[in-house]
Design a protein around this ligand. Structure first.
Ligand SMILES: Nc1nc2c(ncn2[C@@H]2O[C@H](COP(=O)(O)OP(=O)(O)OP(=O)(O)O)[C@@H](O)[C@H]2O)c(=O)[nH]1
Ligand SMILES: [Mg+2]
Length: 586
């Protein structure tokens, strides 16, 4: 059996206003599960009931407690539910808990609601209907239909059911292919079956055999039930009960989330923007509610509505999530939208203000994704998606990586300078190792260097080298041969005989010099770039002043090379010629 077309709605309203009684009248089921609740006539924890409406549409109701002491349970019940049944008693009217519950729904951004004015047998419901409707109109729920009802007599119950039909028909359909994030509201053992958890599936679907993760460990779904019956697959929106393999009931609690592997990342630091400018200063500490979870957070206002939150334990949050911040002391709630689940450190002065400005301009959609990717420069594509961002169309994909558009070009422009500097500092090396370039460009993987190496540079044997696209292949081979020799013995300039044999005439040699592959010391004397610093290094080890012959032996070369090289170094100001023709380093 496949469950489709189910909707889930949560009750809300003041203690004793008749929420559970109305749920009972609508569904014929008892939402108060505990003996204590029934004895005291008071809902303490969440209750669950369901019914099939006349149209065939199935509605599940999460019945919440109205008592102010159990507002935490109420929050866990409404966290994944798209619609609310707001209950106000005709004989009592809008009261403290009505206001608190409605503030919660408003902060969560719940857009769909039905108003039921109960106990219509005890007082004229009309004034309360009008008053409550007016107050609700100022919230995220906007204009809501209102129905007067007397549950014990049954008067108005069919009208509530009919109004529910209309409301539920207007709910947006959740994405059935979305990854699963099932916030657990109950976990209990069943003899013979092991561990069972329940929750409201807000998007995606689950089936027996699925593998999910919880707090980093993998758990298997052995079986799925919905509304008390086994189903092959449950598709959102749905109340589900999952029989889990691989986890003990002691390891589970309300607020844990079962996740599609790889689709979410746990985070303990997020940047959010408040749905509304706060009236008072925000508290330094608050409780973050999302789904059925409640986690204490430290609150750092950045500027305006931008706020950074540090969670005392990580949660699988995504960009675009609506969360609720509750100040338990002031009994005040704030809705907030998650804008960044891996925010940058704020070290410099003014960084918080800049961050707030950035968050102000980047939404949760494609523009925000582009801005976020630009800031991160390079990110793993699956990580970026797990943050909750859509992949920008113009992002560059490279293996598992995603690069900000324009990044490759700007990095590629820096590479020739890096190669030149490296060759200057390490004249005996053909070019910098790939890892060096990766570090300089602040890239996360060596593989990415290939993207930014462009002709005349090339990758060769793990280094970025000048491929000298300008030289014909035969000339390049000859020059390579000489450079290889010079790499081992930097002052062993090839003689005329060798140059002739290599077919390197004046024109070819001039091209190699232009290309930065050889340095002309004098007519017929060519050495490798960087020879200047090697020559200086060797001379530094000789007591000054030194003679030409001492320099020659420090370089380990012949007079044919040493004489012009000495003059070349004089001319470049590396060495200084003294009156007696000896030299010293400048
Ligand atoms: N006369 C009358 N009594 C009602 C009606 N609805 C509920 N009651 C009574 O009001 C009392 C409280 O009803 P509940 O349904 O438990 O109220 P609740 O809103 O679920 O209360 P909490 O779950 O504790 O917040 C019970 O004694 C009900 O019998 C109604 O329409 N008319
Ligand atoms: Mg109740």
């Amino acid at each position: 059996m496949q469950v489709n077309g189910m909707q889930v709605i949560a009750t809300a309203g003041h203690v004793d206003h008749g929420k559970s009684t109305l749920v009972r009248a609508l569904t014929g089921m008892e939402p108060d599960r505990w003996e204590e609740e029934r004895r005291r006539g008071l809902t303490i924890d969440l209750g669950f009931a369901w019914t099939t409406l006349p149209s065939g549409r199935v509605v599940a109701v999460v019945d919440v407690p109205g008592h102010e002491r159990f507002v935490g349970n109420m929050l866990a019940g409404v966290g994944s539910v798209p619609a609310a049944l707001v209950v106000v008693a005709a004989d009592d009217g809008w009261s403290a808990q009505t206001a608190e519950h409605v503030a919660v729904l408003d902060a969560l951004g719940v857009r769909h609601a039905l108003l039921a004015v109960t106990k219509a047998d005890l007082a004229d419901p009309a004034p309360v209907l009008a008053d409550a409707a007016e107050r609700l109109a100022a919230t995220s729920m906007g204009t809501v239909p209102g129905v007067a009802v007397s549950a014990p007599s049954g008067l108005g119950v069919p009208e509530v059911a009919a109004a529910l039909e209309t409301l539920l028909a207007g709910l947006p359909a959740p994405d059935p292919d979305a990854p699963v994030r099932l916030w657990i509201d109950r976990a209990f053992p069943i003899r013979g079956a092991g561990t069972v958890v329940t929750g409201t599936l807000a998007a995606g679907s689950v089936a027996a055999g699925d593998r999910l993760v919880l707090g980093g460990r993998e758990v298997g779904v052995r079986g799925v039930q919905s509304l008390g019956r086994p189903v092959e697959r449950a598709t959102a929106t749905a109340r589900v009960a999952l029989n889990l393999r691989g986890i003990a009931v002691e390891d589970l609690s309300r607020g844990d989330a079962l996740l599609t592997p790889g689709a979410f990342r746990e985070t303990a630091e997020v940047d959010v923007t408040l749905a509304r400018e706060p009236e008072d200063r925000l508290p330094a500490e608050a409780v973050l509610h999302v789904g059925s979870a409640a986690v204490p957070v430290r609150v750092r206002p950045l500027e305006g509505t931008a706020v950074r939150l540090r969670l005392t334990s990580p949660l699988p949050l995504r960009v675009g999530d609506r969360v609720l911040l509750r100040d338990p002391g002031a009994r005040r709630v704030h809705g907030a939208d998650v804008r960044d689940v891996a925010p940058p450190e704020l070290r410099r002065r003014g960084a918080a203000r800049q961050r707030a400005a950035d968050l102000g301009t980047q939404g949760a959609g494609p523009a925000g994704a582009a801005a976020d990717l630009a800031r991160r420069r390079v990110v793993r594509a699956d990580d970026f998606a797990a943050m909750g961002w859509p992949v920008p169309d113009d992002a560059v994909r490279a293996g598992p990586w995603l690069l900000a558009p324009g990044l490759v070009d700007s990095l590629a422009r820096r590479v020739p300078g890096l190669v030149a500097a490296h060759r200057q500092a390490h004249p005996l090396e053909p070019g910098p190792p790939v890892a060096v370039v990766r570090r300089e460009l602040d890239l996360p993987a060596d593989d990415l260097v290939a993207l930014v190496v462009r002709p005349p540079l090339a990758l060769r044997e793990g280094r970025v080298v000048v491929a000298a696209a300008g030289l014909p292949p035969a000339v390049q081979r000859a020059v390579d041969g000489i450079r290889a020799r010079l790499a081992g013995d930097p002052f062993a300039a090839p003689d005329a005989e060798e140059l002739r044999a290599a077919r390197l005439g004046p024109r070819e040699l001039a091209a190699a010099v232009r290309d930065g592959q050889l340095v002309r010391i004098a007519d017929g004397v060519y050495l490798a770039p960087g020879v200047e610093s090697v020559a200086r290094e060797r001379l530094a080890a000789v007591p000054a002043p030194f003679t030409l012959s001492q320099a020659r032996s420090a370089w380990g070369t012949t007079r044919r090379v040493a004489v012009p090289l000495m003059e070349w170094l004089d001319a470049r100001g590396v060495t200084e010629r003294l009156p007696d023709a000896s030299r010293r380093l400048r």
